[in-house]
Design a protein around this ligand. Structure first.
Ligand SMILES: [Zn+2]
Ligand SMILES: [Zn+2]
Length: 270
């Protein structure tokens, strides 16, 4: 259906190593896509913090986003956030990033398990995908125990590559208990669960997570759901949000959440 309250809470700009377009262009497209809230959440890969210049780019991203937030305030609510990756693999760096600016919103994510490449870069000929996936969910639990973020990003991130790209045949039932444990910890730690729509535009072809996991999250008592396109190009801002909201609604939620000043704000799905 068509929604009035469209939001996109996961957007990368040219202040991410894999982003392309400036904050101003992402903001312009957020307005064109009729979004009411948009969050700029550039990467901070803690395990590559200084080596790859994330210490500088996350500060730059925030400062530009705050200026743009003021510019666009009559047209859209822009949120200055950050996607904090692999915090547990470099805790001092994660703490430094969090203390650097007064973020509205922090996404917690895990793109690689400790000592391994990002899941998109793993050589699956020499690595056991199933074992890496078990380790991934274990490390999500550690990240949640630490808990210095607002929403847990793309819970099934590795499947985007293990299934979507590599077509490795895994028995996903083997991971259900671990996923349940992750969902339960999201809830007891009062965190939000992100619905990442990027999978819809990629070979994986599904929301991350899909409606089954969202329904389970609801059933277990989940309260906060955020949604984001994970756009790395201006033309992907707002992509898949309608489909994502359909799934969130189908799972039994009436509201989505965005964060301002690290505090949840509820927005009716309508
Ligand atoms: Zn991510
Ligand atoms: Zn991202």
């Amino acid at each position: 259906m068509a929604y009035k309250n469209l939001v996109d809470l996961h957007i990368h700009t040219d202040n991410s190593d894999d982003g392309f377009d400036p904050v101003s262009l992402m903001g312009e497209y957020a307005i064109k896509s009729n979004l009411v809230v948009a969050a700029i959440t550039d990467h901070c890969e803690c395990n590559r913090y200084k080596k790859d210049g994330f210490d500088k780019t996350i500060r730059q991203s925030f400062d530009i986003s705050i200026a743009e937030k003021e510019n666009l305030k009559d047209k859209i609510k822009l949120i200055a956030g950050m996607e904090l990756g692999q915090a547990m693999q470099a805790l001092p760096e994660a703490e430094d990033a969090l203390a650097a600016r007064d973020y509205d919103f922090v996404i917690g994510s895990l793109h690689n398990v400790a000592g391994e490449e990002d899941f998109w870069k793993v050589d699956y000929k020499t690595r056991d995908a199933g074992k890496l996936l078990h380790r991934y969910y274990d490390e999500l639990l550690e990240l949640l125990e630490w808990g210095k973020f607002d929403t847990l990003a793309h819970i099934n991130y590795p499947l985007r590559y293990i299934i979507g790209v590599e077509h490795i045949d895994l028995n996903l039932a083997e991971y259900e208990t671990q996923i349940d444990d992750v969902l339960k910890l999201v809830i007891s730690k009062n965190k939000a669960l992100e619905v990442n729509t990027s999978g819809l535009r990629q070979p994986y072809g599904k929301l991350i997570p899909d409606v089954d996991i969202l329904s389970r999250f609801k059933e277990l008592g989940g309260k906060y759901v955020t949604i984001g396109s994970d756009a790395h190009h201006y033309y992907d801002v707002g992509a898949g949000i309608t489909e994502g909201l359909d799934a969130i609604k189908q799972a039994g939620f009436d509201e989505i959440t965005y964060f301002e000043n690290r505090t949840p704000v509820m927005l009716k799905i309508e």
